[in-house]
Design a binder for this molecule. Structure first.
Ligand code: TYM
Length: 333
């Protein structure tokens, strides 16, 4: 019997899960879990979120809330391995090994490292630079073939591939070199207030992002206020980033191409168009929010799923580490 194809991805528990995270990543996770030939592994990467200062109580609460949101989206704990990164200590162990096979130059060239260093100038800690190497460890621990992500993580995935190939070159075939899986529409959903920058989980302007668990009124209000342009016709153009973003959201929420979204909406005025976009988003998010409200209070259930997931993840991660330690020449315990 052929081994199942491993799919791995995660979200860090910072800010809030946004429509961007859903469209760019989670919607593909939901598709990939359907196949009998895949083993999907989805984590909440809490260790990554420590690269910026966190309030401990808040972080704990947010991690469980994010886990409940995974479940509410329809990720199936019977089919997938779902767990919290810090529950599997092998992530930190492999990160150390991979650090010794990564050059400071390549890590410091990462766009996100440069951006975050500028944004948190008073806290440019080692973790910030090590962030993509920990991400490489996440992926390589499980012999992952496919990593469903948005376009902003593409550079980090390239780095994971480089590190895997470098390690394999020295020690033989240890790691699977992973491929990225990036959606054709919705790989980068933009801010509703500044459609030239990414919709971000930690944007302080709450009108800029739609949260996965926003209520219907909030969704409608935010889309109504979305920045567009002084034109009045709906069509795709790089000169109309606000409209392009709303068309992207419309297309993703209706499971159609950007071109078909343009065709469907081109006769609408901006008011009607925004209502149509809001309706599509509400259709997708309302059931998720309702399920979330059912699940989030049941901490026992969430922890049961997280614990079982961590056990399953650990049994794979442990085997990888044993192999890696042997390859690099550590004495077996
Ligand atoms: P994070 O937590 O920033 O984002 C989670 C996922 O959502 C995607 N995404 C978007 N997609 C479309 N439009 C947007 N506006 C948007 N914003 C975010 C991201 O590309 C990502 O897929 N380093 C990762 C987490 C991580 C990871 C991993 C991912 C850690 N280890 C291993 C895959 C595999 C991150 O910070 O994503």
């Amino acid at each position: 019997m052929e081994a199942k194809k491993i799919i791995y991805s995660g979200i860090q528990p910072s800010g809030v899960i946004t429509l961007g995270n859903y469209v760019g990543a989670i919607s593909n996770w939901l598709e990939l879990q359907k196949s009998e030939d895949t083993q999907c592994i989805y984590s909440i990467v809490d260790m990554h979120s420590l690269t910026v200062r966190q309030d401990p109580a808040e972080l704990r609460k947010r991690t469980l809330s994010f886990f409940a949101q995974y479940l509410a989206c329809g990720l199936d704990p019977d089919k997938n391995i779902m767990y919290i990164q810090s529950h599997v200590s092998e992530h930190a162990e492999l990160c150390w090994i991979l650090n010794c096979f990564t050059y400071v130059g390549e890590a410091s060239r990462m766009t996100q490292f440069k951006e975050k260093s500028a944004k948190h100038a008073d806290n440019v800690n080692m973790g910030l630079m090590d962030y993509p190497i920990l991400m490489a460890a996440d992926i390589l621990l499980y012999n992952t073939s496919l990593v469903p992500i948005g376009i902003d993580q593409k550079q980090h995935l390239e780095m994971a591939r480089d590190i895997a190939a470098r390690f394999n070159n020295i020690y033989g075939d240890v790691f699977t070199v992973p491929e990225g899986y990036i959606p054709t529409t919705g790989a980068k959903v933009m801010s509703l207030q500044d459609p030239t920058s990414k919709m971000s989980k930690s944007d302080p302007d709450e009108n800029a992002t739609i949260m996965l668990i926003d209520d219907n009124d909030a969704i409608r209000r935010k889309i109504k206020r979305a920045v567009t342009d002084s034109d009045s016709r709906v069509y795709l153009s790089d000169e109309k980033p606000g409209i392009k973003n709303l068309l992207t959201i419309y297309a993703s929420c209706n499971g159609i191409s950007l071109e078909d979204a343009e065709k469907a909406c081109t006769d609408m005025n901006y008011g009607t168009f925004k209502t149509a976009v809001a309706d599509s988003v509400v259709n997708v998010l309302e059931p998720i929010r309702n399920r979330y409200l059912d699940i989030v209070g049941d901490k026992e259930y969430i922890m049961k799923v997280a614990r079982e997931g961590a056990e399953r993840a650990k049994s794979i991660a442990f085997r990888t580490m044993r192999k890696v330690y042997k390859k690099v020449g550590f004495v077996e315990r």
